[in-house]
Design a binder for this molecule. Structure first.
Ligand code: F7E
Length: 325
């Protein structure tokens, strides 16, 4: 019999890539959005799976509505990719960010608890919960030290998942995802802002310069389709436990910008300026993961690292290419 999955937040980068992979393996996919009738589901359309998933309107913080949807769809596994995902935006909307991320996660957890069904639940956590990891990196034993409203929300939501697992026996886990990129990212995230900015300057469409914030930050950037593979593995693992998903390789924003502009034949130093207006009130200097558990327990590791990641993003801007793993 086919497996059935229910994906909360199916319209974003990760939800759409996950839908593509689930459909590809023969899973029946149900997905939600807060207003499915008004949502164009552009990512699902661009991946060619819009007509192969069943879409529902559902606000995940409404656990009664979630419970009704679970009873109607009878999923084997549920993924939570809903709510606001921009750290930068969380400084402008702290309360909305904290409320929506925590309430949606708890809404789903509580609905699963009430149904008492042995449904696997994988929550998309964030490496941002660790704050500044230093170059040694963070793993599943590292304490959470959130430094943004987004990170506070993610840390709280991740603790909620752990609490429901430990106290109510739910098969609930966190995949603690570090930065993961693809052409489906909007340009409010820095990788797409840089790659698209470099392309526009190279084509003459923009005179430049490209304005960025802090160029000294160090991040652990991976290829999103591979992280979505990890979500499926984390959800289905024999032992339900939280798993850090990362490349384990730090790179500075300066290095990313240099590689991206180089991909368009440009010297980044001639086209990028750093402006205080784009710096965040607080920003982890280094955010890098230690993904040993993912490798040892799940056999997962990030195959695409810098500069291959930059190359793929630049190619996709030049001519759209499939985003598969
Ligand atoms: C793990 C975590 O990963 C992502 O969050 P993020 O790391 O904040 O991603 P970002 O691409 O917005 O920023 C990366 C870094 O780049 C710096 N930066 C400089 N100049 C600009 C700039 O102009 N724009 C932006 N957006 N960032 C800039 C910025 O200050 C930050 O240090 C999300 O997936 C999130 O959902 C998540 O969970």
């Amino acid at each position: 019999m086919s497996r059935t999955a229910l994906v909360f937040g199916i319209s974003g980068q990760d939800g759409s890539l996950l839908a593509e992979q689930l459909v590809g393996e023969g899973t029946i996919v149900h997905g939600t959005s807060r207003n499915a009738d008004a949502n164009p589901f552009r990512n699902l359309v661009s991946l060619g799976v819009r007509d192969r998933v069943r879409l529902h309107t559902c606000c995940p913080e409404d656990s009664c509505a979630v419970r009704r949807l679970i009873e109607a769809t009878m999923p084997d596994e549920i993924y939570n990719l809903s709510a606001q995902s921009s750290v930068g935006q969380s400084f402008a909307q702290p309360r909305e960010t904290i409320d929506s991320i925590l309430a949606s996660t708890v809404g789903i957890l509580d609905a699963i608890r009430e149904t008492r069904a042995p449904i696997r639940f994988c929550n998309a956590g964030s490496g941002d919960c660790f704050g500044d990891t230093g170059l040694a990196g963070a793993d599943e034993t590292t304490p959470y030290r959130p430094r943004s409203p987004y990170a506070v929300a993610k840390a709280a939501a991740q603790w909620a998942v752990t609490t429901y697992r430990e106290n109510f026996g739910l098969l609930a886990v966190n995949a603690i995802l570090f930065n993961h990129e693809s052409p489906l990212r909007p340009d409010r995230f820095v990788t797409q802002k840089i790659v698209q900015g470099a392309a526009r300057i190279a084509s003459g469409e923009s005179p430049g310069p490209l304005q960025l914030g802090n160029l000294d930050v160090c991040r652990d950037w991976g290829w999103a389709p591979e992280y979505v593979e990890a979500l499926r593995l984390v959800a289905r693992a024999d032992e339900p436990e939280d798993v850090v998903v990362a490349t384990g390789r730090p790179a500075t924003l300066r290095e990313f910008a240099a590689a991206a502009f180089d991909a368009f034949g440009l010297d980044w130093q001639a086209h990028v300026v750093s402006t205080a207006a784009l710096m965040r009130p607080s920003d982890a200097a280094v955010s890098v993961g230690r993904p040993a558990r993912a490798r040892d327990k799940l056999g997962w590791f990030a195959r695409t690292k810098m500069p291959e990641l930059v190359h793929r993003l630049a190619e996709a801007v030049r001519r759209p290419v499939p985003t598969g793993p």
